[in-house]
Design a protein around this ligand. Structure first.
Ligand SMILES: [Zn+2]
Length: 387
């Protein structure tokens, strides 16, 4: 069985920060880790030794909200597309992700669900698909962002239960202010599927009701939701004030100003924020025009926009998101790293095996340099990428 030893790392676990520390894998799992110099393992036992050169060793990043990259999107429902996306993400330290749908007709959404049902473990040369994130179609058209309003609808049992029965849906973003959508919140809660309030015009009171039904997250906090006012705190106020709510955030400094990033982390603490990219087809490609369904988007200066200027996803990567949040908040890496992995793993119920560097968990990890540039990514005990 493959056993890879990583030594001389700054290792961040849930309880410790070892400077230096070491970690050894066995097959797909973390076999052992500890502070200082590694013990003398038998040479015949070790497949490879990696010197981390005092760089940070973190759990691999988990991106719960990501639509595409390098010319592909989840909505293409193409295996090659998902593989190319997974290979791109792994270069940026991602070891697990949820391909995320856009609001679309039933057949197009079902096709993505069906494809993911056929996948197991890491995609060829890339990150692992951990399930599907349905972003829509049960949203509020008045907070549609770049979602296709002609396809936005209320949740019906005939349709939504077929998506859920696939067993691969891990996260559903919906507008909880519509009473017709609340049954789906109940249903997802019973099945252990995370529900986020997203593309929503919910008031503070409607968010409190949503939380009672089981909503525990908001989709890209601040974006496509009712803003904060001191008389009507809105969706943003509920996200900030209610401890049950965990907040996705696109920390690209375009969707959310660095000061707003700082406010969110101050309100929620680093355990309450989940970094996401919301990356789309043009991520990893040069500036230019790219399609979003049958519409055109333009990528320029790191922003993706529809012709009317509406932001339509991002070209952000998770390594950059972690760097940005540390710059905007002043937190240390020791405090900030769970926002890029562990919080996401907890949100979708996979933290028993993913999201932190602990003995017996999956050997999904990343080594980054002082500028947060990814040096090496390992998925399920296999080095998938190195600089
Ligand atoms: Zn999105």
């Amino acid at each position: 069985m493959t056993a890879i030893l990583i030594k001389n790392a700054h290792l961040y676990s849930t309880t410790e920060h070892w400077k230096p520390g070491w970690l050894i894998t066995e097959g797909q799992k973390i076999r052992a880790c500890g502070p200082g110099i590694p013990p003398d393992f038998k040479p015949e036992f070790i497949t490879r030794t990696i010197d981390a050169n005092s760089q940070a060793l973190l759990p691999g990043f988990i991106d719960l909200h990501v639509h595409g990259a390098v010319g592909y999107e989840a909505m293409d429902a193409s295996l090659i597309g998902l593989q190319e996306m997974a290979r791109f993400y792994v270069q940026h330290g991602v070891t697990g992700f949820l391909p995320t749908t856009w609001t679309a007709n039933r057949q197009a959404t079902q096709a993505v669900v069906d494809l993911v049902q056929t996948l197991r473990g890491p995609l060829d040369g890339g990150a692992s698909v951990l399930g599907v994130h349905l972003e829509g179609p049960y949203l509020n058209p008045i907070r549609c962002g770049a979602q296709d309003t002609t396809q936005i609808r209320r949740a019906t049992k005939a349709e939504a239960l077929e998506f859920l029965d696939s067993g691969v849906v891990r996260l559903v973003a919906l507008a909880p202010e519509f009473l017709e959508n609340l049954w789906l919140v109940d249903e997802c809660s019973q099945r252990g599927i995370r529900v986020a309030a997203g593309h929503t015009a919910a008031t503070f009171a409607e968010m409190k009701t949503a939380v009672e039904h089981g909503v525990q997250q908001v989709t890209h906090c601040f974006n496509a939701m009712t803003g904060f006012s001191h008389r009507e705190p809105g969706t943003v106020g509920a996200a900030l004030a209610l401890p049950e709510i965990h907040c996705e955030m696109i920390a690209d400094n375009i969707h959310v100003h660095p000061a707003a990033q700082k406010i969110l982390v101050a309100a929620k603490g680093p355990t309450g924020v989940i970094l996401i990219t919301d990356a789309v087809r043009g991520a990893g490609l040069p500036d230019g025009e790219y399609s979003l369904g049958d519409r055109k988007t333009t990528i320029r200066d790191g922003a993706v926009r529809l012709p009317d200027g509406t932001l339509a996803g991002s070209v952000l990567t998770m390594d950059l998101a972690l760097r940005n949040i540390i710059q905007s908040t002043g937190l240390s890496l020791e405090e900030a790293w769970p926002m890029s992995s562990l919080n996401a793993a907890r949100a979708i119920g996979v933290s028993a095996s993913k999201g932190s560097l602990e003995i017996g968990k999956d050997a999904d990890l990343v080594i980054i340099d002082n500028n947060f540039k990814v040096q090496l990514t390992m998925v399920a005990g296999e080095v998938m990428w190195e600089a």
